[in-house]
Ligand binder design. Structure first.
Ligand SMILES: Nc1nc2c(ncn2[C@@H]2O[C@H](COP(=O)(O)OP(=O)(O)OP(=O)(O)O)[C@@H](O)[C@H]2O)c(=O)[nH]1
Ligand SMILES: [Zn+2]
Length: 303
């Protein structure tokens, strides 16, 4: 029995990768019967499989997942969980300094998803050549202060590329970020053979379709995998209770127990709110609290 990783799903078949070889596999019938879950096998899954003489294969067993990114799908009759991807080591959140302008609200949302799923986030800020390193750091230093790993890059000036490469090598990385920030340019630099076509399917037609949320996972030359996660952009924070949200803001989390009321909502009108106080003293950024309140009170626009 071989062990491999599922890279892709296409009409009943799975591309399974191990030792540089991709085997097109079917799923063993007995596995299908075990559950009615439509996403029995997810991209990113580690599986045991058999490879036949003709090069095709059969998946015999899906190994336990270390984590999974899920979204709720509502069909005509039923609601079901769709596993977007499994077994991620980290998520690379790619934004640019300019062109397009950084969308910090979106970044904060992604960070909440990473915190909730306990998947390590790396914030990558590309196009530093457009505004200079100093200005770039000024915009994103609040994230460094919180303790997040922030990496600054420029494809044009070839800055930070080696660091990015070493961070991805040997790891399973999910890639997410707004359109045009340079995701494909970055990946193509570290692995030219990959030729990642991030832009294959337009955002507009992508919406509402079930199969294209994670299209494919790519093996990296030096080891490891990378998968583009466009679906994360519109992922609703469906499984987060409003009361637990402050726990997913690492700089707000330790303050909550110091609020005067145990059911404090950290809004400006609250009396004795430790979070509001921390914003006044500059310990917590105003923008981050704004993001928190927007997500907490449903004024958040995922797109
Ligand atoms: N100035 C500058 N431009 C860059 C940099 N990186 C990428 N670009 C340019 O930004 C544009 C968008 O780059 P892509 O790599 O296609 O961006 P993407 O994030 O893959 O975009 P989608 O496929 O729409 O998700 C291209 O014109 C790139 O040449 C950079 O570091 N600096
Ligand atoms: Zn409070």
């Amino acid at each position: 029995m071989l062990q491999g990783r599922v890279l892709k799903y296409h009409s009943g078949f799975y591309s399974v990768f191990s030792d540089g070889v991709i085997t097109i596999c079917k799923l063993r019938g007995k596995i299908k019967k075990q559950t009615h879950n439509v996403d029995l096998v997810a991209i990113g899954d580690s599986v045991e499989y058999i490879r036949f003489e003709d090069g095709t294969g059969v998946i015999e067993k899906i190994l336990p997942r270390s984590n999974e990114l899920i979204r709720m799908m509502s069909g005509t009759k039923i609601e079901y969980r769709q596993v977007l991807i499994s077994n991620l080591d980290q998520i690379l959140l790619v934004f640019s300094c300019a062109k397009p302008e950084p969308r910090l609200r979106m970044l904060d949302r992604f960070l909440v998803i990473c915190e909730k799923q306990a998947i390590h986030p790396i914030i990558l800020i590309n196009k530093t050549d457009l505004i200079g390193m100093e200005k770039a750091r000024k915009i994103f230093q609040i994230y460094e202060k919180i303790g997040y790993h922030v990496l600054y890059t420029s494809v044009v000036e070839h800055i930070g590329i080696e660091t990015m490469q070493s961070l991805l090598t040997g790891k399973v990385t999910g890639l997410v970020g707004p359109s045009g920030v340079g995701k494909s340019s970055l990946i193509n630099l570290i692995d030219p053979e990959l030729d990642l076509k991030v832009n294959e399917i337009s955002e507009a037609t992508d919406k509402g379709r079930h199969t294209t949320v994670v299209r494919e996972m790519f093996p990296l030359k030096g080891g490891g995998f990378v998968a583009d996660l466009p679906g994360l952009k519109t992922l609703a924070l469906w499984d987060i209770e409003p009361e637990e949200l402050d726990g997913y803001f690492p700089e707000i989390r330790p303050l909550v127990s110091h609020c005067l009321y145990s059911d404090c909502t950290h809004r400006p009108e609250e009396i004795g709110c430790a979070v509001q106080k921390a914003v006044e003293t500059g310990e917590v950024s105003k923008e981050r609290l704004e993001s928190f309140l927007r997500i907490r009170y449903g004024e958040d626009d995922p797109a």
